[in-house]
Design a protein around this ligand. Structure first.
Ligand code: SF4
Length: 275
């Protein structure tokens, strides 16, 4: 089990964590190029760049085809910075992780048009932002030019389609049974969201009370039809957050998945009738 755990660490800590499964983050791409070695690659999921305005000359010449995660801080000011990364697609898969805050919709659409995949970093969005998430989900589901995944929509759509019990914690790379986020101070947090909350719950208690049995912990989860795939994800950090919008997005993805499953079943039946 320990061997399957992925540690998200700053590049400054690479010596300490070398040999583990890693996501390595840095504000300076040249540090990644200098400090990561060929022997690190087998256990490297991706590298995260946390300052998109820094020059990318070193990355352009990087011989290792490591997936790159561009971590957006401010969608409005970071949007024009995405263009410079497009040439790196020749040697790297590129994902853009964007917080669901004002401006995220335009940035996500630009990222998709540049052929990057997208991950929404979603906490507890206000209703206006949920409306934009619904617009983006519609765009992902129905726009034929979208050829790269937008997470968490993509994996949740597949979970509904295949009826698999994957949770949004796993999709968002925040499952505390699989991931450890190591802060810049070297402390272990459940995930980045908990560092932003200022404190991190005890991992064992959190898994038991909040992920395995959220219904016992959070009243609204007890009657929620998406509990199996959500496990209380939208109740952090505020337990009184209303999930009306989050459920609307789940509904949209589920309806689309069931519709596709029905269409494909009908196509199959027609094919059988013809033969
Ligand atoms: S959508 Fe909200 S109510 Fe439903 S399981 Fe998730 S956090 Fe709980």
């Amino acid at each position: 089990m320990t061997d399957s755990i992925v540690y998200n660490v700053s590049v400054e800590m690479i010596e300490k964590y070398r040999g583990r499964n890693l996501i390595v983050r840095s504000h300076d791409p040249s540090d990644l190029v200098k400090k990561l070695h060929e022997k690190d690659l087998n256990r490297l999921s991706n590298v995260q760049i946390h300052a998109l305005g820094v020059g990318i000359d070193d990355l352009s010449g990087w011989e290792y085809a490591v997936p790159i995660d561009l971590v957006v801080l401010n969608p409005v000011t970071d949007l024009p910075l995405l263009y410079q990364y497009a040439p790196l697609l020749a040697n790297h898969a590129i994902r853009v992780s964007v917080p669901v805050v004002p401006g995220f919709l335009n940035l996500a659409k630009l990222a998709i048009s540049l052929d990057f995949s997208v991950k929404l970093e979603v906490l507890q969005p206000a209703r206006t932002l949920v409306d934009e998430m619904i617009q983006l989900a519609h765009y992902y589901l129905h726009q034929s030019t979208v050829s790269k995944p937008i997470e968490y929509f993509h994996s949740m759509f597949l979970a509904f389609y295949h009826n698999t019990p994957i949770t949004i914690w796993t999709i968002q790379e925040e499952d505390p049974t699989r991931v450890r986020y190591i802060t810049d101070q070297g402390e272990e947090a459940l995930s980045k969201r908990f560092t932003e909350m200022g404190s991190t719950p005890d991992r064992v208690a959190f898994i038991k009370e909040s992920i395995e049995t959220p219904a016992a912990f959070l009243e609204e989860c007890g009657t929620c039809e998406f509990r199996a795939n959500c496990s209380g994800y939208f109740k952090w950090p505020r337990k009184d957050y209303s999930c009306t919008g989050a459920k609307a997005v789940f509904h949209m993805l589920k309806d689309a998945a069931l519709e596709l499953r029905k269409d494909l079943a009908q196509l199959g039946e027609r094919g059988e009738n013809r033969s």
